[in-house]
Design a binder for this molecule. Structure first.
Ligand code: PMP
Length: 380
């Protein structure tokens, strides 16, 4: 059996999600916009999934919009907010450690649309200082964007503190939170994090790829990226992918009752891994934030490039990710923003666990890391 420790990249779909996808392909295959019974059934299945997302985010189902994934949600939120709120207010404040689906649209607005962009760097442990972020926001800021959990280090960002202060002092500034790596792993109550837009993705929570959702607070106007049939309250035209949406809903319903237990288990597993890593003097842990998701652990193995170690582990049927996102030798922008040296960034490994990860799997990983270091360091 493979030991899959790359769950921040994607997760294995759970059985209820797969069954729901299948059922909505072969049985309830209607178009939710059709006026007949078969269309109505499809629409009801989308409604049930919307309720599931809303229950997980503790919001009104009417505030939930389905899209093709978090990338589309982030693009829609950023371009849509800039279009409606950025005519006179031309400033955007964003963390320097966002996923490319946030960083790139904002860079586009900076380079092509004349927006001023302030990027807030994290401290060495990967956490954004809330005061730094808040101070950068002023009356000209149309958008403030900060992720909930960093996808490379697991560092939890102080979004509640940041967004509550921004909404108090500059209520017109749109607050956007990419919550992909926190969703179904920690409680996210929409009202409590003061984000106008919250983005989540299906395939990170044991649903299938190609579906995401965003919460948009009532009264916030986000301009659509796609024009057409006016589905999803005009925000996302195109026939809804009912199977993927229903699968997303089914995965959420399956995971919801045990989010807390799963979190406790993940804490035990990550503490176990960190304890074992602390005994290896050639390993430096990069995930050092005090507030950190137990699901993501990033560390560097001295002198061995990420990819080399990744493939060594692969040869043992163990699957992790290289901390540096680019294969062509560019360093991870997240680790670089944290001030991690090029040498350490070059040898970063990200282990991301899931609900079914066991201590036994961690034992196998650590043994393989030790063997890898011995054989690869020798052949350097
Ligand atoms: N944001 C974060 C933090 C992510 O980790 C990812 C997936 N790597 C995305 C956005 C993009 O999600 P999707 O694959 O659903 O487009």
């Amino acid at each position: 059996m493979p030991i899959y420790l790359d769950n921040a990249a994607t997760t294995r779909p759970c059985e209820p999600a797969v069954s729901a996808v299948f059922h909505n392909m072969v049985e309830d295959y209607g178009n939710p916009s059709s006026l007949h019974k078969i269309g109505l059934t499809a629409e009801q299945n989308v409604t049930e999934a919307r309720k599931a997302v809303a229950a997980a985010l503790v919001c009104d189902p009417q505030c939930v919009t389905f899209t093709s994934g978090a990338t589309e949600c982030n693009n829609t939120a950023i371009f849509g907010a800039a279009k409606n709120y950025g005519k006179r207010k031309k400033k955007i404040v964003v963390s320097a450690i966002e996923h490319p689906s946030v960083a790139e649209p904002i860079k586009y607005l900076e380079e092509k649309e004349g927006f001023e962009v302030v990027r807030i760097k994290p401290s060495r442990d990967g956490e954004i200082d809330a005061e730094d972020f808040i101070e950068a926001v002023d009356e000209n800021t149309c958008l403030a964007s900060c992720m909930l959990v960093n996808n490379e280090t697991g560092a939890i960002q102080p979004v509640r503190k940041i967004f509550s202060r921004i909404k108090r002092d500059f209520p017109e500034c749109i607050t956007h939170c990419d919550a992909v790596q926190g969703f179904m792993k920690m409680p996210i109550k929409s009202a409590e994090i003061f984000a106008d837009v919250i983005v989540v993705s299906g395939h990170k929570v044991h649903a299938v790829k190609g579906v995401g959702a965003m919460y948009i607070r009532k009264g916030i106007r986000i301009a659509p990226l796609l024009l057409g049939g006016g589905q999803e309250k005009n925000l996302r035209s195109g026939t809804e992918s009912v199977p993927l949406i229903a699968g997303f809903g089914a995965a959420i319903r399956a995971l919801m009752p045990t989010v807390g237990v799963a979190h406790e288990n993940a804490e035990k597993i990550s503490a176990y891994l960190l304890k074992k890593l602390s005994k290896l003097d050639y390993v430096t842990v990069n995930s050092t934030a005090e507030n950190s998701s137990p699901y993501i652990i990033n560390f560097s193995v001295e002198g061995i490039r990420s990819e080399i170690m990744l493939h060594f582990l692969e040869s043992r049927d163990i699957y992790v990710s290289s901390g540096s996102a680019c294969a062509k030798g560019a360093h991870s922008s997240v680790l670089t923003a944290m001030g991690v040296s090029d040498k350490l960034a070059d040898s970063a490994i990200r282990v991301s666990i899931c609900r079914t990860t066991t201590m036994g799997e961690i034992d196998v990983l650590v043994t393989a890391l030790q063997e890898g270091w011995q054989s690869l360091a020798k052949s350097k």
